[in-house]
Every structure is written in C-alpha cells, then in structure tokens.
Design a binder for this molecule. Structure first.
Ligand SMILES: C[S@@+](CC[C@H](N)C(=O)[O-])C[C@H]1O[C@@H](n2cnc3c(N)ncnc32)[C@H](O)[C@@H]1O
Length: 284
C-alpha cells in the first residue's frame, strides 16, 4: 500500500492513499471497509488487477471510471467514460428542488431532468418522491443507456422516461408544454477556452459534451431560461446548476425571461453559489 500510494503521489494524484485503497478494493472485489484485515495476502490474480488499475490511475484516469461506480445521494451509481462523474455539489440541486416542491402529496408530480448523464438527479428525485414521474433527456445515447441501467438498479425505471434529443426539444415533442412541476438541469457550463486548463482527470477523460458550455459557458442556461416558462405549469420550479462565478449572470438570464421570477441562489457545502432557482409566475 505504501508503494502504491507513493506511485500515485509521484504521478500528481491529489488523494493517493485514498485512491490506492479504492483501487485495491476494486481489485479484490470488496468494499474499502473490508480491506482492513485482509491486506497481508494479495492473491496473484488480484495483484495483477491492482497493478493494472494503479497504472491507469497514475495516468490520471479518474477512480470512478476505473471502479465503474460513484456514490451520489447515497446511491452507488454505475458510471462509464460516456458520462460525467456525478459531483457531490450537485446534491445541493437535489436538496433545493425537493425543498421547493415541499411535501405536497396531492396528485403526481411531473419533473424533467435535462442533460441527465448517468441519471444522478433524476434517480435521486425518483427515490425521494415516489409519486413523481420523471422525464430525463440527454443528447448522448451512451449516457442514456447508463442512466437507464441505473434506474433499473434502483427500481425507479417504471417512473422515469428517457428521451434522446437536444436540450428541451424532447420535452416539447412529448407534449409537456405547461405540464412540468419542476425542470432541473446540471448543464455543461465550462467556457470552451477553459477546457484544456482543467485538471487532467477532467480534461483528459470526462466527455467534452458534458463539460463544454460554449464561449461563455452559459449557452445551455440561456436556452433553458427561454424554454422553461413554456414548459412549467404556473407555480412550477426551475433549478439550474451554475459554475464558479456564473450565478449573477444566470440569475439575470432567468430574471429576463418573461414568465419566470427568480427565487434564490443556493450555495453548496463549500459556500459557493451553486444553484439558481426560479419559479413560473401564475398565469394572468
Ligand atoms: C454536466 S453533465 C450533467 C450530468 C448529470 N445531470 C449530473 O449532474 O451528473 C451535462 C449533460 O448534458 C448532456 N448534454 C450536452 N449537450 C446536450 C444537449 N445539447 N442536449 C441535451 N443534453 C446535452 C451531456 O451529454 C451530459 O450528460
């Protein structure tokens, strides 16, 4: 373990001990917690798997792609290189929209998750709100396949419809105009020119499609701000995740969209502005 940790540290990995433990657990096909007590003898096959995983991690491939899983909202989700690795800060969006929706049990909820990736947000909301029906979209068929597999694993596939298409177009095609209680999105929001400067784990391995937010990073927020008032029912909620320094601009975009009223900007656990919330104004 000491050697493995040193190997990863030398390769510039920021959490070498933790990552070495995760990879050893993956090689042994057990939990990280179960590692303790079985470190003495490493079977030859597992040793081979561990060595191969370490080399890939030393080349800065993310642990989640190597183990094929990442926990989100306490759900161990399957991830592949076709999807963004779900981030803990996106749980702020889940929390915020659940709070907006309140405990309203009367009638089913209809929620759309645009750019669902591995399905993290859609599945967390489906688990939390058993009365919700969710439509989750993505332009990537590979991402939708991963999301559908995750929905099956957590037994919410009967309540999530996955649609392929550009941004909110599949929602209009599915006749959801004026029908949504909530529209949520964690869109790609890195300005194109900043992509190459991201750490190697992101720039070299995560799908560009999941990261690139256009010249100023706000191309998707702009489109969602325009479409949201047509898709939400009066009183329906919009929650969009934002990147560093984007909250003020996104707030203005939402405020400028006729029919939307900005509700709040919510901070994540690191006290960074992370989610912009708006509400469809009542008709009339
Ligand atoms: C930042 S990732 C978010 C993934 C997931 N919602 C999460 O929070 O982990 C953005 C997602 O938007 C998808 N995407 C990119 N361009 C899109 C477009 N034009 N229409 C729909 N989805 C798109 C990407 O494939 C990716 O899955």
């Amino acid at each position: 373990m000491v050697e493995a940790t040193e190997r990863l540290a030398a390769a510039g990995v920021s959490t070498p001990r933790l990552d070495a433990e995760c990879l050893l657990a993956a090689a042994l096909r057990c939990d990280r917690a179960a590692l303790y007590g079985r470190l003495e003898v490493l079977p030859a096959e597992a040793a081979g798997r561990f060595a191969a995983l370490l080399e890939r991690r030393a080349a800065r491939e993310p642990v989640a792609y190597l183990t094929g899983t990442r926990e989100f909202w306490s759900l161990p989700l399957t991830v592949t290189p076709a999807v963004l690795i779900p981030r803990p800060e996106t749980e702020t969006l889940v929390e915020a929209i659940l709070e907006c929706l309140g405990d309203r049990a009367a009638g089913p909820l209809t929620i759309a998750d645009v750019g669902t990736g591995c399905g993290a947000i859609a599945i967390a909301l489906a688990v939390e709100r058993p009365e919700a029906r969710i439509v989750a979209t993505d332009v990537s068929p590979e991402a939708l396949a991963v999301a559908a597999e995750n929905a099956r694993r957590f037994r919410v596939d009967g309540r999530i419809t996955f649609l392929r298409g550009d941004l909110t177009a599949p929602l209009f095609e599915a006749n959801l105009t004026g029908a949504l209680d909530a529209l949520v999105a964690n869109p790609p929001y890195i300005p194109t020119a900043d992509l190459e400067a991201l750490e190697l784990e992101i720039a070299g391995f995560e799908p560009r499609l999941a990261l690139d937010g256009g010249p100023d990073g706000l191309a998707f927020h702009r489109a969602v701000a325009v479409a949201a008032p047509r898709l939400l029912r009066p009183g329906g909620w919009l929650a969009v995740e934002v990147g560093a320094g984007q909250a003020r601009a996104v707030r203005s975009l939402l405020a400028a969209s006729p029919g939307l009223a900005v509700h709040a900007v919510v901070r994540d656990l690191a006290h960074r502005d992370r989610v912009c919330l708006a509400r469809r104004e009542a008709a009339g």
